[in-house]
Design a protein around this ligand. Structure first.
Ligand code: FOL
Length: 216
């Protein structure tokens, strides 16, 4: 488990870099794509049966308040992962979130505050504390933009959706045309994610999984 955390953006985008429309995803539900998202953001390095108790290891997802709202109630907070929601009004969010499952969700005022909060999990574990292994920034556009400004952001997992859909929200960086980002090989992608990553077609939509690493 890393001593200093880094941030990985995970997103799916159309050829014109569309990521959202009217508060939801632009394409019809792609179960295999969502399955990839769930497995990759949940998977932690396997720990063999320890003879002494160790802290429970899990990943974290950082998202904006609108992305939180877009996740079906029955799926949020995303289970098995620490959920951090970025909002200009963290107190109001915490109060609203209120009752159940409150412990699994944290509200903070910025992406850098989310990062610092998660670093503290590892450096000052609370009672029955979790150990955070990987941190995924899961959107939306405003949060991706903020994360891209942070030096801790060193990786992007992009699902390239090969068909255009009407979108009102876009990712701001064309990774293939940026000097800052280098596309990883299929092998590097599979090693890092633990996934087999053949191109998929679902509901007449083709998509493929890519990884990019920051080079500067
Ligand atoms: N990245 C990728 N590759 N695909 C996405 O669809 C995606 N979506 C978001 C961020 N990054 C992404 C944000 N939107 C759920 C719903 C919307 C969402 C993210 C997650 C969600 O409900 N996930 C559940 C699984 C739901 C299911 O099985 O249908 C989860 O447990 O992760």
């Amino acid at each position: 488990p890393p001593q200093t955390l880094s941030l990985t953006l995970i997103l799916a985008a159309t050829p014109s870099l569309g990521i959202g429309c009217a508060g939801t995803l632009p394409w019809p539900q792609l179960r295999k794509e969502m399955g990839y998202f769930k497995r990759v953001t949940s998977r932690v390095s396997s720990s063999s049966s320890p003879s002494i108790p160790v802290r429970r290891r899990c990943n974290a997802v950082v998202m904006g308040r609108k992305t939180w709202d877009s996740i079906p109630l029955k799926f949020r907070p995303l289970d098995g992962r620490v959920n951090v929601v970025v909002t200009r009004t963290p107190e109001a969010f915490a109060a609203q979130q209120g009752g159940e499952r409150k412990d699994e969700v944290e509200a903070v005022g910025s992406v850098s505050a989310a990062f610092e909060r998660l670093q503290k999990y590892n450096s000052q574990p609370g009672e029955g504390g979790l150990e955070i292994e990987r941190v995924f920034v899961i959107g939306g556009a405003t949060i991706y933009d903020a994360a891209l400004q942070l030096p801790q952001t060193d990786r992007v997992l992009l699902t390239k959706i090969e068909k255009d859909f009407e979108c009102d929200t876009f990712f701001s960086v064309d990774l293939d045309r940026s000097e800052q980002w280098k596309r990883s090989t299929k092998e590097e992608l599979e090693d890092w994610t633990g996934e087999k990553t053949e191109p998929i077609e679902e509901k007449e939509v083709k998509f493929e999984f890519r990884m990019y690493e920051r080079v500067t």
